[in-house]
Ligand binder design. Structure first.
Ligand SMILES: Cc1cc2nc3c(=O)[nH]c(=O)nc-3n(C[C@H](O)[C@H](O)[C@H](O)COP(=O)(O)OP(=O)(O)OC[C@H]3O[C@@H](n4cnc5c(N)ncnc54)[C@H](O)[C@@H]3O)c2cc1C
Ligand code: HEM
Length: 625
């Protein structure tokens, strides 16, 4: 940096007179301008980093949404200019063109909105090459975004007709009416009431009413019961109110087809297109519902074991129907007719594809889950005194166990775990469930791989070792499939974050099972108890140190009594990911998270930051229920 004496010499050399104080003020101005420039540059760099991060993380969603918006703009513009040629435009003006443009997007969106909720089709598509380009995990968000576009379309369409072009029509002079509108609306000139009470008007008004009810009850506040209405209206909120009111859309679709057949301003030659837009999606969705109906009707399962753990978690183990093939990480719907013959609730499958049973872990939350727990508590053996509080269905009581129906399996983000070299599985509370199956499946495959390696090396062909893919049936003594895939995953790290140790009980059995099978130490398991001590508390640090020493010495954790390492604070995710990055150079690490959205943001950002630095590549996937 330039010294003051240098500045003075410079100024004197140039025969300029400047006092020290002036020189100082110029220098500080220059410095502050420089600093501002640097800050601006820093801000721009930070903004561009954020933009790049956003683009890289969301490119799948960006192209799908851009395409969708472009199609809507195309349809709107096409219809807008088509109606500009009509004589009615001379009287009804741009209101008519906007209403018609909006109507075209409505037809398209009412068809498209069904696609993201065709669960079976999506489950199949996500395992095809399309899964690489289309963000199937965001299907429900896309469904809601289309619903928002439908709301805007309805406002533009209905608003322009009712508040603008109908009034223009009825207030038009007789000459203008005869010249431009008589062919379309007949003689005499209709009144406002005539226009609204025609088939088009009545079907339109009914659609708006039904949609308003269904849209309101579908919002998060009503669906999640965040708005409490006074009695007796309290029953019209919550998931069930959302679910039943959503079926008003069946009537809306019927009305929409009728509405599209009886349009004003269209003649015999006019091609009615509403049914063309709707035909394929409506048939596809109807096919899905029919499939679900028949499949679930035949999917009554036999209960094998019921356990209720102190953390308020119920485990149901049931027989696996022969046609039920699934991948770890997927979920299924469960129905218990004794509780409600109409309600289907989704639960992650916690058994591995190779197990000869199906299992789910159910946390007590609302009416249905509590009613199921009550029901099973009544029919099961009480827990043996001093034991873990387990309820078991013994041979005698099994006969009277309530009936269960299942439907599925359905795809979820965690199902693609097998394409990664290393897995980091992070579950918050009940969010551990999709990972139980993955851990078990991973071990089943590793054990099988070792068995196959043994048998192949016995035969002197050790170079050819491979294992069956995770979604194939994996019974222990199975003859190795001819179509073999190599197991890519070499290591898994499981982080389970819970508030207190009580919740650990239901998971202990699973952890023990995993630890027992995992002779080679492929899976590292950590349990973080966040409500015991605050982060940074000396007691937490001390216990963690004692734990680490004990673990190093005996390989067993003092708190859990298993190989699971217990910690008493929130995990420091930056450290966790950095360690993995340096331990597994060049590896592709799949980070799977299931829990509250706050941590999802942090993990996703950390993955991105570490991807910029090292050769290890992290890919983040999230799920929330
Ligand atoms: C893909 C997926 C996987 C899940 N896996 C598990 C799991 O492994 N273990 C577990 O304990 N929970 C899981 N859940 C959550 C579980 O479905 C709900 O806790 C349960 O349905 C609550 O029902 P309820 O009537 O007792 O509670 P309510 O108080 O009626 O509902 C609580 C919340 O649960 C959701 N919910 C309720 N009913 C349904 C339904 N029929 N379909 C979808 N969501 C509903 C709603 O968001 C609602 O706000 C999962 C959810 C999803 C979407
Ligand atoms: C024209 C408008 C809409 C139509 C035709 C429509 C239709 C549907 C259909 C057919 C399903 C699938 C149900 C199933 O088979 O499981 C569904 C699910 C869903 N819809 Fe809509 N919907 C509309 C608007 C909305 C709106 C406005 C919201 C919320 C703001 C919404 C939120 C949802 C959610 C969250 C689900 C998933 C339920 C679940 O499986 O957990 N929908 N919708």
């Amino acid at each position: 940096m330039m010294q003051l004496w240098q500045l003075e010499t410079l100024l004197l050399q140039k025969d300029t007179y400047l006092s020290y104080s002036q020189a100082l003020s110029y220098t500080s101005q220059a410095l502050s301008q420089n600093l501002q420039g640097l800050r601006k540059k820093g801000r721009i760099r930070r903004m561009s980093t954020k933009l790049v991060y956003y683009l890289e993380e969301n490119w799948k969603m960006i192209w799908v949404v851009s395409l969708w918006i472009m199609v809507m703009i195309g349809l709107f513009t096409w219809k807008f200019f088509q109606y500009k040629q009509k004589s009615a435009f001379k009287v009804m003006g741009y209101c008519l063109l906007t209403a018609k443009g909006a109507a075209e997007t409505l037809k398209f969106n009412m068809a498209l909105i069904l696609m993201p909720v065709c669960r079976n089709t999506i489950t199949w598509l996500r395992s095809t090459k399309l899964g690489l380009f289309v963000p199937f995990d965001d299907n429900i968000n896309f469904h809601k975004t289309i619903a928002a576009a439908i709301s805007i379309g309805v406002i533009l369409h209905v608003g322009n007709h009712l508040a603008c072009d109908f009034p223009r029509l009825i207030s038009s002079s007789n000459d203008k009416y005869k010249k431009f509108l008589k062919n379309d609306f007949g003689s005499p000139k209709p009144t406002y009431i005539d226009l609204v009470k025609g088939t088009e008007g009545v079907t339109g008004v009914l659609m708006v009413i039904f949609m308003a009810i269904a849209f309101t009850l579908a919002t998060r506040w009503f669906r999640r019961n965040l708005i409490k209405l006074p009695k007796p209206f309290d029953r019209i909120t919550g998931f069930n109110a959302f679910w039943y009111s959503h079926h008003l859309f069946v009537i809306v679709y019927v009305l929409l087809i009728i509405h599209g057949e009886f349009l004003y301003l269209v003649h015999i030659w006019y091609r009615r297109t509403t049914w063309m837009y709707l035909a394929v999606p409506v048939l596809l969705y109807a096919g899905e519902r029919i499939l679900r109906f028949f499949r679930s009707g035949f999917s009554t399962v036999r209960l094998l074991k019921v356990a209720i753990y102190p953390g308020g978690v119920l485990t149901l183990q049931m027989s696996k129907p022969p046609q039920f093939r699934y991948k770890s990480g997927q979920y299924m719907f469960v129905q218990c007719p004794a509780v409600s013959p109409f309600e289907w609730h989704p639960f992650s499958i916690t058994s591995a594809p190779g197990d000869d049973y199906l299992s789910v872990h159910i946390r007590q939350l609302g009416d249905w889950t509590q009613a199921v727990k009550r029901l099973f508590s009544e029919v099961c053996e009480p827990p043996v005194a001093g034991k873990s509080g387990l309820l078991r269905a013994d041979e005698a009581t099994k006969k009277s166990l309530p009936k269960l129906l299942i439907d599925g399996p359905y795809g979820a983000p965690a199902q693609d775990y097998s394409k990664y070299d290393v897995l980091l599985l992070v579950g918050l509370g009940i969010g551990a469930t999709p990972f139980i199956s993955i851990l078990k499946d991973l071990l089943n495959n590793i054990v099988k791989m070792e068995e196959q390696a043994d048998s192949v090396s016995d035969a002197g062909k050790a170079s050819d070792v491979s294992v069956a893919s995770s979604n194939e049936s994996t019974t222990p003594n199975r003859v190795p499939s001819k179509r073999k895939k190599t197991l890519k995953t070499t290591n898994a790290y499981f982080y389970w974050v819970t508030r207190e140790q009580g919740s650990f009980d239901w998971f202990k059995g699973v952890m023990n099972e995993v630890a027992e099978l995992d002779q080679r130490g492929v899976i590292e398991m950590h349990n973080y108890l966040t409500s015991v001590y605050e982060e940074g508390d000396a007691r937490s640090a001390l216990i963690t140190m004692v734990q680490a020493l004990n673990h190093a010495k005996n390989g067993v954790d003092i708190v859990s009594g298993t190989r699971v390492r217990t910690h008493f604070a929130r995990p420091k995710w930056k450290n966790v990911l950095s360690k993995l990055s340096s331990k597994h150079c060049n590896a592709r690490i799949g980070v799977f998270y299931c829990g509250a959205p706050v941590l999802a943001k942090e993990l996703s950002k950390l993955c991105y930051e570490l991807n910029q630095k090292g050769s290890t590549k992290f890919e983040f996937h999230k799920e929330h229920f």
